[in-house]
Design a protein around this ligand. Structure first.
Ligand code: SF4
Ligand code: SF4
Length: 279
């Protein structure tokens, strides 16, 4: 049977928070029993948002990732409170509102912090993946529909098909695979890996000129591990480098102008080699 999955791409997300706002719009003040009672207006979220800043001015970036119930295939919440959490055939995990009323202990049934307490109605709650809409024929929950960049996608696939997608696209989950999460992330290197970046330039009549389209090689242990070209401003970047991965050499060559190489170390942060001149 096909099951719902959510796939998020950190490279596409601009942190507009439309996904969070649409969740509020759908669930605050709206009672979708038997799926879920109304969401609390303030101080309760069924989707969270994490952000990560890397590098330093002028070579830095900012990434966002929404966090929500993973609708786990092997869900700890279902094991911890089988009367309250129900796994549907389409993969969606529902926290039964009748069992959740007056049961704050259910917040702890999820080891990943995806169940929260609604003070207004006195009930434990979590994301339903808008099951009330899915059961009406919607092909995506409100958060996915609201995303202007298509950074969030809902896909309904058989488990082997989804496993292939995970492998082909290099997707990763935020929680252990043993729980068989159904929410996966692309380009998570923007949260836990590092880049080496810089600018290549040359001098002409004592003026700095950006070296656009220069060939840049990243060399590790004497072997090339990546290659790129500078953009029109002479900037380049090698990304997704592991923490503490050691020494790299950046070799730059601008045909007709010269070349330069710089050796750096990647420890626990991104590296900016600054402006380097080919001669
Ligand atoms: S993320 Fe938590 S609440 Fe959601 S299905 Fe998994 S264990 Fe249950
Ligand atoms: S709506 Fe899409 S682009 Fe906006 S914050 Fe959410 S995931 Fe990112």
């Amino acid at each position: 049977m096909k099951k719902w999955h959510i796939v998020f791409d950190a490279d596409k997300c601009i942190g507009c928070y439309s996904c969070l706002l649409s969740c509020k719009d759908e669930h605050v003040g709206n009672c979708w029993l038997p799926y879920a009672d109304r969401q609390q207006k303030k101080d309760q979220k069924w989707i969270g948002m994490e952000r990560k800043e890397r590098g330093a001015y002028p070579r830095m970036d900012l990434a966002y990732r929404p966090t929500l119930c993973n609708h786990c295939g092997n869900a700890p919440c279902v094991k911890n409170a089988p009367d309250a959490f129900k796994k549907r055939e389409d993969g969606i995990v529902i926290l039964d509102p009748a069992h959740a009323q007056g049961a704050p202990e259910l917040v702890k049934a999820c080891p990943y912090g995806r169940v929260s307490w609604n003070e207004e109605i006195g009930a434990a709650q979590k994301c339903t993946l808008c099951a009330h809409l899915i059961d009406e024929g919607w092909q995506e929950p409100r958060c996915v529909q609201a995303c202007p960049l298509k950074a969030l996608r809902a896909v309904k696939l058989e488990d082997p098909q989804f496993e292939k997608l995970v492998a082909d696209k290099g997707l990763r989950a935020l929680i252990p695979e043993s729980s068989r999460p159904r929410v996966y992330y692309k380009n998570l290197h923007r949260f836990d890996k590092h880049f080496i970046a810089g600018e290549i330039a040359y001098l002409e009549n004592d003026e700095d000129v950006c070296a656009k389209n220069a060939d840049i090689r990243l060399v590790k242990d004497g072997a090339e591990c990546a290659r790129t070209k500078t953009n029109p401003y002479g900037d380049f970047r090698f990304d997704a480098l592991e923490s503490a991965s050691g020494e790299y050499t950046v070799e730059a060559e601008l045909p007709g102008r010269g070349n330069v190489s710089v050796t750096v170390r990647v420890e626990d942060a991104c590296v900016d080699i600054g402006t380097v001149y080919v001669t």
